[in-house]
Design a protein around this ligand. Structure first.
Ligand SMILES: [Zn+2]
Length: 528
């Protein structure tokens, strides 16, 4: 019998342990086709004509989804860790050493960096952030992109030049991207213009929507730089970027991101959200990150941000509230009713002193939580996942606060079905499973990606961990996820595959050296 040619173009990936439905199993193979889609999960002894890739001493898990990123902020890492105002290198002045430091002083420093970056700098900084994401097992990112214009505030000839630089960076690194194009109209309610925000501002919703449509069109037609230059992005097959059902392997999606209730007045917000609803686009928005944002909203509208969004009918199942820290008791059922998602960014929130996301309340009341690395003070989504729990332990003086489960968005599975119970050699932790769902399935739903789980029809996006890594050695299949989630570091991540294409091998990204070299040069030019 001659071999089946279709099967010959398929790859059977054979790890020692395979993560499925909240637990690890032995003897399974993931079979992907030439388009990078998962054809089936089969018994390892059932694969015959497929090309076999043996992943010895490895456990395979679905790639993680980083639902909230500002890639360019990677340039700030380690540069703001002191008490004070403006950075001397950027402002030419001395820091105010005895001034209180907060989100707001950090923001001024961030703006100072944001106003100096060229399009090529943004590409280099984004590539660095995205490369680091892949090395930690992330396979898709939601990029909340708000740098639109030249440093003097004048639009570029192509109003999406910088967005396309970010998309190009993601493509060149091999990461899937949802470009969440930010609408930003003003500094705030009764607040004068801040010249450092002029790269972000599109005052008129018609201009914003025109530029958004142009971006979607360009990405669809494959005229964004890397697609045009023939990168390996599957988006060049002409599939609509947001047509996930027909193109689960598509690498680029576009969504809308009204920055916040502070930066986008209500009429503008209504208009862009109506557009998103009409076109079924994902909507991401910073909500209640800081108490000052909440009090300004109450002053302007007589309602808190979530009450405003709720009463205006702007919440939906495609809405992601980023941070949602300083919320009232009434806000949580409003998010739950709308099936909106909350994106927690614990590593950034602790770095900026934002506060603690009330994930226990969200879990309890049925609000799905996903995760983002946001400012990239650190890029490690497993750390974000464990901090979601650990911050609550410190606050409540209790352990396992989030045990009991987060509403997973995986069809047909509830938290209780996803692995809780006593098994022969130990107990599978429903807590670990819930936190991992935050980093995978919930993130995929938030950014509108088709990944997040290893099932037939989804893209072959996964990462492996080395079973002999010192941080997880000795774990049994039943408690392996807990070990990975609560103890492993990025060094345990060995292979990362996106759309059936390996981008990280033996813990090294294929273009790592060049990306780091270019980023070192950028930092030297930027900071001296
Ligand atoms: Zn953010």
């Amino acid at each position: 019998m001659s071999p089946d040619p279709n099967k010959e173009s398929r790859i059977a990936w054979l790890p020692d342990l395979f993560y499925t439905g909240g637990r690890f199993e032995r003897g399974l193979a993931l079979v992907s086709d030439a388009a990078g889609r998962i054809v089936k999960i089969a018994g390892a002894d059932e694969v015959r004509d497929e090309k076999k890739v043996r992943l010895s001493n490895r456990a395979m898990l679905p790639g993680m989804i980083n639902a909230h990123s500002h890639a360019f902020q990677r340039v700030l890492r380690g540069r703001t860790e002191f008490r004070g105002g403006l950075l001397p290198a950027l402002s030419g002045g001395s820091p105010t050493l005895n001034a209180a430091d907060s989100f707001w002083t950090w923001r001024e420093m961030m703006y100072s960096a944001a106003t100096r970056l060229t399009p090529e700098d943004i590409y280099d900084a984004s590539r660095m952030a995205f490369l680091e994401m892949t090395l930690s097992g992330i396979t898709a990112v939601g990029e909340f992109h708000y740098l639109h214009h030249a440093p003097d505030g004048v639009p570029y000839d192509d109003p999406n030049l910088l967005a396309k630089e970010v998309v190009r960076a993601a493509n060149d690194v091999g990461l899937r991207i949802a470009l969440l194009r930010v609408a930003y109209a003003r500094s705030g309610y009764q607040t004068g213009p801040n010249p450092k925000q002029q790269r972000f501002i599109e005052r008129d919703p018609e201009i914003y929507l025109k530029n958004l449509e142009r971006l979607i069109g360009d990405v669809t037609r494959g005229t964004s730089p890397s697609v045009r230059e023939g990168s390996s992005s599957p988006a060049k097959d002409g599939a609509l970027p947001n047509d996930r059902a027909n193109a689960p392997h598509t690498s680029i999606y576009v969504g809308i991101a009204p920055h916040s209730v502070r930066a986008v007045p209500l009429d503008y917000l209504r208009e862009v959200t109506a557009y998103a609803n009409e076109h079924q686009l994902q909507v991401h928005m910073h909500v209640a990150e800081q108490p000052a944002e909440v009090s300004a909203c109450v002053e302007e509208y007589g309602r808190t941000p979530i009450a405003l969004l709720d009463t205006e009918g702007l919440l939906s199942e495609r809405f992601t509230a980023v941070h949602a820290i300083h919320v009232t008791a009434k806000a949580i059922p409003a998010l739950a009713r709308a099936r909106a998602i909350v994106c927690a960014c614990p590593t950034t929130e602790r770095n900026l002193g934002d506060g603690v996301v009330p994930a226990d309340q969200y879990f309890k009341q049925g609000v799905a939580v996903c995760l983002g690395s946001d400012s990239h003070a650190q890029i490690d989504l497993l750390e974000d996942a464990r901090e979601l729990e650990y911050h609550l332990r410190l606050q409540k003086l209790e352990r396992a606060v989030l045990d009991g489960g987060n509403p997973t968005v995986r069809e047909g599975a509830s938290a209780d079905e996803s692995g809780k119970g006593t098994l022969p050699n130990g107990r599978v932790s429903a807590l670990a499973t819930s936190l991992f769902d935050c980093a995978t399935t919930n993130g995929a739903r938030s950014i509108g990606a088709a990944g997040g789980a290893l099932e037939a029809g989804r893209p072959a996006d996964f990462f492996t961990v080395a079973l002999d890594d010192p941080t997880i050695a000795g774990a049994s299949p039943n408690n392996l996820l807990s070990s990975i989630l609560f103890a492993s570091t990025r060094a345990a991540v060995r292979e990362v595959v996106v759309g059936g294409r390996p981008i990280v091998s033996e813990g090294q990204h294929l273009i790592q050296d060049e990306v780091i070299e270019r980023f070192n040069e950028l930092q030297k030019n930027l900071w001296g």
